[in-house]
Design a binder for this molecule. Structure first.
Ligand code: SDX
Length: 380
């Protein structure tokens, strides 16, 4: 491989650092496909379980294959006793993102061969993490509320089982479908920061738990998955629809980042934002939260007038905030929802990296001094 010096791209902007068969993104036209299938088609016709199979196997499953995959996933719902004990030992005021990151990392201690790195082993560990993560989030939330942990209901799909374990009651079909669409639209997205983190870690042939843990740590950042919480905080600061324009214009004047807008790749509206806008509006109507949706839409119109010329449009986080609120999720559970879905993408990239690995080791452009004499401390 050539060691010729390449040009410096801050933040690796525009640098191709991996090949993938999972997500295709055309940022100028606002296109997202999973293995060639448009995100809108998957959001309207697929399920999260089918989407995971698609991402991990690079094709849609037959009915029999989907049944087997779903059965395998549901067989792994729930928490082993040691994990349950670790969750209930967490301080009730711990941040859920710190809890999910820590608990996924700790799952390595429940695995008899945590460091096994074959593609098949990575698939098995990925399925286990995917199936367990909802139970971790639900169990911690109930623990911090002083409530009993609810065991999973394997008669429910991924979306329904999470909402059931969280709330202790069977969710409505509409809420299950809404959450399923959220999981589909958040499942994978090329080499975003957290997915890159997972690939970098597994490229040293470290373990799957370490790779997914690194990804969770990255996703928490407000410039990445943490933005959905920032959107909700912004919406809560705006008293009513009429106040939206003034609030946003003040933020722009103060050169503040408007959470839920802008994207390193999309220079048009994120197609996931369009899907989630439709879902948010329907849920807001059904749950009496039209004020939230109307404020969001008013913000979008102001941002379109002020920033569309700069290629700044709503991203996946903007309408997911209203959607998660209408589903009844607490603010500090918004980003953990992103984790539940993106484990699918992170694991898919871990499997891809293991299938064709080369250690990530970029270089730097050294801009410091040379030939500097060492000065003994007594002479400094
Ligand atoms: C996700 O990569 C992925 O695919 C991520 C993701 C995924 O599915 O994994 O899509 C999920 O992380 C979506 C992004 C969520 N983050 C936010 O909503 C936070 C707010 N957005 C920004 O901070 C920003 O848009 C980024 C971080 C998302 C992208 O920033 P870039 O590509 O590094 O662009 P930049 O920061 O260099 O900004 C370019 C210009 C700057 O203005 P100038 O300094 O050139 O005058 O655009 C401005 C920025 O100030 N700008 C914004 C803005 N986003 C960019 N100004 C106000 N509000 C914003 N949101």
């Amino acid at each position: 491989m050539s060691t010729a010096q390449s040009t410096y791209s801050k933040g690796l902007e525009g640098v191709i650092a991996a090949q993938t068969e999972m997500s295709f993104i055309n940022g100028s036209e606002g296109i997202l496909e999973y293995v060639g299938i448009a995100i809108g088609d998957l959001a309207s016709q697929s399920s999260f379980e089918e989407t995971v199979f698609l991402l991990w196997n690079k094709r849609l499953p037959t009915a029999e294959e989907l049944g087997a995959f779903t059965t395998d996933l549901r067989a792994n719902y729930g928490l082993c006793d040691s994990l349950k004990a670790r969750i209930t030992a967490c301080p009730a005021d711990a941040e859920p993102m710190h809890v999910i990151r820590t608990m996924i990392s700790s799952m390595a201690m429940d695995d008899s061969s945590p460091n096994e790195n074959s593609v098949e082993a990575a698939r098995e560990k990925s399925l286990q993490i995917l199936a367990t993560a909802p139970a971790i989030v639900a169990a911690f939330d109930r623990h911090r509320r002083g409530l009993e942990i609810i065991d999973p209901d394997p008669s429910l799909n991924f979306a329904g089982n999470f909402l059931y374990m969280l709330n202790g009651e069977k969710p409505t079909p509409a809420m299950i479908r809404a959450f399923d669409i959220c999981m589909i639209t958040h499942a994978d997205h090329g080499l975003n920061n957290s997915t890159f983190a997972a690939r970098v870690v597994i490229s040293t042939l470290s373990d799957v738990y370490s790779a997914i843990t690194a990804a969770v740590g990255s996703l928490r950042g407000p410039l990445h998955g943490g933005a959905n919480e920032g959107v909700m905080k912004m919406l809560n600061q705006i008293p009513d629809v009429e106040g939206a324009e003034e609030h946003v214009m003040n933020m722009i004047k103060n050169k503040e980042r408007i959470m839920g807008f802008g994207h390193r790749v999309y220079k048009s509206k994120d197609p996931r934002a369009s899907e989630l806008m439709t879902l948010a509006k329907q849920l807001a109507e059904d749950t009496g939260n039209m004020d939230l949706y109307n404020k969001s839409h008013a913000i979008e119109l102001v941002m379109e007038r002020e920033y569309a010329s700069k290629g700044i449009y709503p991203n996946v986080d903007f309408y997911s905030a209203t959607t998660y609120h209408c589903i009844g999720l607490k603010l500090d559970l918004f980003t953990p929802m992103f984790v539940l879905a993106r484990i699918a993408g992170w694991a898919g990239h871990v499997i891809e990296q293991l299938g064709d690995n080369r250690l990530f080791r970029p270089t730097t452009d050294y801009v410091g001094p040379h030939d500097v004499a060492y000065v003994p401390i007594e002479k400094r």
